[in-house]
Design a protein around this ligand. Structure first.
Ligand SMILES: [Zn+2]
Length: 490
């Protein structure tokens, strides 16, 4: 199955992709236009971290929390208080390399565990494989994908501003609801490219100029897996031109029609701000949902696309695309923030828009040389993570202060922020309330020494930070430019 068969239904539907299509849309996110308490809502699973468009609806009825005797919840008594339980598959032939990779996962888990106050273990389904040989994702001579990670399951919860949003399972677990939608075995699915380049591991001799600290890659990806990801994507067009949150459509009981249930944001999106106006991006989602009422029927997905593209709401989606390719346009407003200049600035300098890079990372230009460098889309080579952290001042952790604020805002506790926001399990409404999520003062008043310009994306010559692969099947990846695609490690 390919990514395109799921998301680009404008192509002729082959029998195999039709099957996928039906699976994709056959489960309900909402079963009824009206919301009822205790109705079991659908969740989504993302089996392939290199392709977040491949999502599978799954039933996740609300259940009582298992007792501590349940295997699933059994706390692992690790001496270093690592709350990450790594289930690791190594595709490399070199056992020493596999051991180093496994150790790196443990180190990354310990770093996050020592930064956040995690009360429930996080199960990571991790693999280290040759993307080219195993997945057919071979990159090009300039750039190679190092890894991808995604929440294994996203769970709909009721937010205080009226919208239902999809929450990453690892976070839902931390909320410790007495009753909660059923969990998947794993919380995060992560895969790393054994042919991604010349990795450097802790304990190795001094890092070479072309080596990549593997810990950097793993930490970055685990942060995505914990929820650093916007749902705003182009789910409609081959070449991205319009962004919306996740589109929920279901097939009717007799499969003769499709029922539209609305656009759904991820937890991350609750805090997104349109910086120039100070407007909540969720207000745009609310307007998008005026396209058609929950429960509106369409004869097929093509009709849905056609009608949406000719609607006035499509202009909003085009506008979001414009924001996503205009520097300093979108931000994440952390807890305590009251104005646009308090935002963590997101990556909106890439033009054209790049699936996998745009929006769901921090701005490269803003944070490249700060202690919040970890979540920019390009990885640094030739320096180990400790050296990078030390070179950014006195902050001692690769999880920088803004990134910690992000975690606290999303709902993760930390020693300095023990009581974060919690959404509700019971769904009662899906109508945005602007009096709860208020707009903020527009614009950026921060003095900035960085000169912002749109980065024109080309695949030519050696200009590493501006080169992105043209293929578009990846989300939430971290890249680095590779001299040649020959340094294969297996
Ligand atoms: Zn990333």
């Amino acid at each position: 199955m390919t990514f395109h068969s799921l998301v680009l239904q404008r192509r002729p539907i082959k029998p195999s992709s039709l099957t996928i299509f039906l699976v994709f849309f056959s489960s309900l996110l909402f079963t009824s236009p009206s919301f009822q308490q205790n109705v079991p809502l659908g969740c989504y699973e993302y089996p392939d971290p290199t392709n977040r468009y491949h999502k599978i609806p799954v039933n996740c009825p609300i259940i009582e929390s298992p007792t501590m005797g349940d295997d699933f919840f059994q706390l692992q008594e690790n001496s270093d208080n690592n709350m990450f339980v790594i289930h690791f598959v190594c595709g490399a032939k070199n056992p020493t390399l596999c051991e180093k990779v496994k150790d790196t996962f443990e180190i990354a888990g310990s770093i996050i565990s020592s930064t956040l106050t995690l009360n429930t273990p996080i199960n990571v389904n991790a693999s280290f494989i040759d993307f080219c040989k195993t997945l057919g994702k071979c990159g090009n001579s300039d750039l190679v994908t190092l890894g991808g990670a995604t929440p294994t399951r996203m769970i709909p919860l009721q937010d205080d501003d009226g919208l239902v949003r999809l929450y990453p399972q690892s976070l839902v677990k931390q909320f410790r609801f007495p009753k909660h939608p059923q969990f998947s075995t794993f919380d995060i699915t992560a895969t790393f490219n054994s042919a991604g380049g010349d990795y450097w591991f802790q304990g190795d001799p001094i890092i070479g100029p072309d080596q990549q600290d593997f810990l950097y890659v793993v930490l970055h990806e685990l942060v995505h897996g914990l929820g650093f990801a916007s749902s705003w994507q182009d789910y409609i067009n081959d070449t991205p031109e319009a962004l919306t949150p996740d589109i929920s459509v279901i097939s009717s009981a007799n499969s003769s029609t499709l029922i539209f249930n609305g656009f759904f944001e991820s937890a991350f999106d609750k805090y997104m701000i349109d910086i120039p106006t100070g407007r909540r991006v969720s207000a745009i989602t609310d307007q998008l949902n005026e396209f058609a009422g929950s429960g509106t029927k369409f004869s097929n997905i093509q009709e849905f696309y056609m009608r949406f593209k000719s609607s006035k709401q499509y202009q909003l989606a085009l506008g979001m695309m414009n924001s996503s390719v205009t520097p300093l346009s979108l931000g994440f407003l952390p807890t305590g923030g009251t104005k646009s200049s308090d935002c963590i600035i997101l990556e909106t300098s890439l033009n054209p828009y790049q699936r996998g890079c745009s929006v769901s990372h921090v701005s490269l230009q803003t944070y490249n040389s700060t202690c919040d460098f970890l979540m920019k889309y390009l990885a640094d080579r030739g320096k180990d993570l400790n050296t990078l952290v030390a070179s950014r001042g006195n902050y001692k952790s690769p999880i920088g202060p803004e990134l910690l604020l992000f975690f606290n805002t999303l709902g993760y506790a930390s020693p300095g922020y023990p009581n974060p926001y919690r959404p509700n399990v019971i769904i009662t409404t899906n109508k945005f309330n602007p009096n709860v999520s208020k707009n903020v003062d527009p614009g950026l008043q921060k003095a900035s020494t960085v000169s912002y310009a749109t980065v024109t994306v080309t695949i030519t010559a050696n200009s590493a930070p501006t080169k992105i692969p043209e293929y578009t099947t990846m989300l939430l990846f971290i890249f680095f430019s590779s001299l040649l695609f020959s340094g294969v490690i297996t």
